[in-house]
Write a protein that binds this ligand. Sequence first.
Ligand SMILES: Cc1cc2nc3c(=O)[nH]c(=O)nc-3n(C[C@H](O)[C@H](O)[C@H](O)COP(=O)(O)OP(=O)(O)OC[C@H]3O[C@@H](n4cnc5c(N)ncnc54)[C@H](O)[C@@H]3O)c2cc1C
Length: 409
Amino acid sequence: MQDVLVIGAGPAGLSLAAALGETGLAVQGLAVADPADPWPNTYGIWVDELEDLGLVRFLGHRWKDCTVHFNGGPLALHREYGLLDKDHLQSHWLTQCEKHQVTWCQGKATRIEHFATHTEVTTETGDCLRARLVVDATGHQSTFVKREAAPELAFQAAYGIVGRFSASPIRPGQMMLMDYRDDYLTPAQRRQPPTFLYAMDLGDGVSFVEETSLAHHPAVSIDVLKDRLHQRLHHRGLEIKETHHTERCLFPMNQPLPDFSQRVVGFGGSASMVHPASGYMVGALLRRGPGLAKAIAAALASSQTTPSLAASLAWQALWPAERVRKHYLYLFGLENLMAFDTPQLHQFFAAFFSLPTDDWAGFLADSMALPKVVQAMIGLFGRAPNPVRLGLMRSVFSHGHLLGRTLMS
Ligand SMILES: Cc1cc2nc3c(=O)[nH]c(=O)nc-3n(C[C@H](O)[C@H](O)[C@H](O)COP(=O)(O)OP(=O)(O)OC[C@H]3O[C@@H](n4cnc5c(N)ncnc54)[C@H](O)[C@@H]3O)c2cc1C
């Protein structure tokens, strides 16, 4: 019998299987497709997040010229951004898995049953895999991880194109984190949920442009985003000359936290690890995976440890109390973002990105201790214009329960 079975071979599953293998545990992976199949998504990350982890070599592109643009004007961000070379990262984790004898089975997990000493996972074709502990890394739509009652789910949605255009959509060497200008929309469209352009120059005349809805309930449809992207490009006098790749993005931002008493341990989208106020998750996987693997190895080191206790220790390592409290603060931030009207949203982001870089960077990467996050938010309140302050105060009344959980979880 294996020590751990990891279900899923996306960034969460592969990274954790490799980290678990490194601890010396006997690890098996189960994935619907070949784990070497290319991942469909484009993954962006701040360069300093990889520097801190010694993983900068996995960047495929990096930009020093990073900008945000609101109706009030552009703002330079003094922080370097990158796109992961996902093939490189994937093959690195597969090599690590191979080195530590992590074996992969192909199949779709359909049933999980728990016994006193182990858990059994049955696949669609009837294969049965056994392990002392099962990690579900099947992404945001996991059916195995039980959660707190669902609120109205807010989704990040985006439609993007990698290709060539009649002229460059952004200046050479530039990365646009958010271009919220809405001058290309009709007055009626401006009353609809706001969207922004996420764009980067990939060199050699190729650019990536993506129309993005940061978070909305219900999700902004891909068709609306596609139309808006075309409308925005047309308004700037740009034609699409070649399309190399299209990206459709949809995932929940406020997935409820998992029930930490369950026997299946989650990691990645299944464990609600997406940052609720930004939608980023890869940095969190890289930072939190090795610690989770060590906690699982420590728990399973004794043959006396029951699978229930091992699962409970693993959940505690992934979601310690302080992280849970910060999560509620970020959820409060998300509710604010969704409640702002367009002028408030522009003013809010202009104030947010004018904070000291360490503060907004730490907020987005979830790398600051709770008191420091609170201090940064108070700083933001202090420098925000009155309409934004008013919006924030309204949210204290409408979503004060989230602040309550920040203080009391
Ligand atoms: C289009 C898009 C762009 C994104 N861009 C970024 C970004 O730039 N930066 C960032 O930090 N985050 C980004 N995210 C958010 C997040 O990082 C990704 O969603 C990430 O792929 C989640 O990783 P995961 O491994 O948890 O899940 P997934 O990548 O969804 O992988 C799940 C794996 O589980 C397998 N699986 C599912 N069900 C079963 C089953 N029953 N049995 C066996 N296997 C199963 C799947 O085949 C897959 O291999 C993006 C998300 C999307 C959708």
